[in-house]
Design a protein around this ligand. Structure first.
Ligand code: CMC
Length: 443
């Protein structure tokens, strides 16, 4: 922003400060003004200057990013320019993970090497296994995942050399490789079943399903439809630009901590019911409805706000015409249910969807099924417990978190994330205690 006398060339905002009568101009670049520039607007020379107030970052761009593009009104989602439906239809999750980080699709030798590297690093240190054995029988799988990924940082201390590209390479490979192993160990722990080691002859999704389901058979052969569904779901969840957990990874990573610790912060953010927990909520809602005949009463309670019920799996902060991922997952859901059979949950979900899509309340508010309306149904059909759903999300999102973390790190404009506040507390006052300390410290 220029002072009152400067005249910038190009598009700009003019801001008149009614307190002083001065007019300021702020350049507009990419439909954005820099809030830091507002600091120059002040009444007295020693004032801090004007700040932007934006709780929950409703209208603040925190970075420039070339990874993921979303147009919520048009229902567009692209990774590095590639439409999500093309990637889900033709690419593998590992190819997408490479693309997100590197910005271009891998060549055949690059892809082969990456697959080999990831496969080689699927095992975790035995002490991680012992560490996980220490969790209680009813530990939430997201708690186990978050704690174990944070613990990985202690196994790879050189990962803190974040400006060494080789360290970033190996951390990326290790995290993509080990996340399914830790996730599967968490699953087996809750079930009280022995942990299954990776089978490195299997592709990524098949290996994960083997670690989940294998019992005494020498080699687990996953149903190809289920393995394909898992791989596609991983692609759909791999990144979603500046969402809550990605913002957490960037903010924590901006302190220059190692990537294992930054990703653990992302897992903690994803654990929350307003973020990764929505597909879990869909299944709980279907369970509460219980029967198709109860749907009209449930819809009515949503519309009247009775009990503050929401139709979980409907609506999105960004997508206001449709969620492009939902279309793909719905087709996937059909494929899986052809094999797994249509259970009661699915019957209720389909009827709920049919009624909601023709109801004026939902049409007027642009409430369409989002990705989570269907993912929970697929996970249920694959017999994953409801509180495990978010773990599947975390395996996939690791690719996006790491791509975004590295982009933040190499961005010369970024610094340690440190927002400002508007202080609303008490003015200065004198300390006088009412407590009678047993062991008083005399000063
Ligand atoms: N069921 C019933 N009414 C709804 C719903 C819903 N699912 N979502 C929004 N509304 C209504 C809301 O009551 C409000 O109505 P009114 O204008 O009469 O007050 C209007 O629609 C706008 O709602 P909002 O809360 O301002 O919208 P938002 O953009 O802040 O919320 C949302 C987006 C996703 C939090 C919300 O739609 C919601 O709670 N949906 C259910 C939870 C869910 O499925 N979450 C998963 C999102 S996808 C996850 C991902 O992308 O990672």
């Amino acid at each position: 922003m220029s002072g009152p006398t400067a005249t910038p060339s190009g598009d700009h905002l003019e801001i008149k400060d009614s307190r002083t009568g001065k007019t300021y101009t702020a350049p507009i670049v990419d439909e954005t003004i820099r809030t830091a520039d507002l600091k120059q607007i002040k009444v007295n020379a020693d004032d801090f200057g004007i700040m932007g107030y934006d709780p929950a970052f409703m209208n603040t761009a925190s970075c420039r990013s070339s990874i993921t593009f979303i147009d919520g009104d048009k229902g567009i989602l692209r990774y590095r320019g590639y439409p999500i439906d093309q990637l889900a239809g033709k690419a593998s999750f590992l190819e997408v993970a490479w693309l997100l980080r590197r910005g271009e699709l891998p060549t055949q030798p690059q892809y082969d090497q990456f697959v080999e590297d990831v496969t080689y690093h699927t095992y975790v240190h035995e002490n991680i296994k012992h560490f996980m054995e220490g969790f209680r029988y009813d530990a939430h799988p997201m708690s186990m995942l978050g704690a174990s990924v944070a613990a990985l940082s202690s196994f790879y201390p050189t990962a803190k050399n974040i400006y060494d590209e080789r360290e970033r390479d190996i951390a990326f490979i290790r995290l993509i490789a080990k996340m399914p192993t830790i996730a599967a160990f968490a699953y087996r722990h809750v079930k009280g079943m022995p942990y299954v080691y990776p089978d490195n002859a299997l592709p990524y999704a098949e290996n994960y399903l083997s670690m989940i389901a294998r019992m005494s058979e020498p080699r687990y052969e996953a149903n190809p439809v289920y393995a394909k569904a898992i791989d596609i779901l991983f692609i759909l969840h791999a990144d979603h630009e500046q969402n809550c957990s990605t913002n957490a990874v960037r903010a924590v990573g901006s302190s220059h901590v190692d990537p294992y610790s930054a990703v653990a912060a992302g897992i903690a953010a994803l654990y929350g019911p307003l973020h990764g927990g929505a597909n879990e909520a869909v299944l709980r809602m279907l369970h509460d409805i219980g029967d198709v005949k109860n749907i009209p009463a449930f819809i009515e309670s949503v519309k009247t706000g009775k009990g503050e019920a929401r139709l979980m799996g409907f609506g999105h902060r960004v997508y206001k015409s449709y969620d492009p991922r939902a279309k793909i997952v719905k087709a996937l859901c059909d494929d899986v249910l052809k094999i797994a059979g249509v259970g009661k949950d699915m019957e209720i979900a389909l009827e709920l969807e049919r009624i909601a899509l023709s109801d004026e309340y939902f049409i007027k508010r642009k409430l369409y099924p989002n990705v989570d309306f269907y993912t929970g149904l697929i996970y249920r059909a694959l017999h994953f417990p409801t509180d495990y759903f978010t773990v599947l999300f975390a395996i996939a999102r690791t690719a996006g978190w790491l791509a975004q973390w590295e982009e933040m790190l190499l961005d010369k404009e970024q610094k340690i994330a440190r927002p400002r506040q508007i202080y609303t507390g008490s003015p200065e006052r004198e300390y006088k205690t009412n407590l009678d300390y047993k062991h008083k410290i005399t000063k």
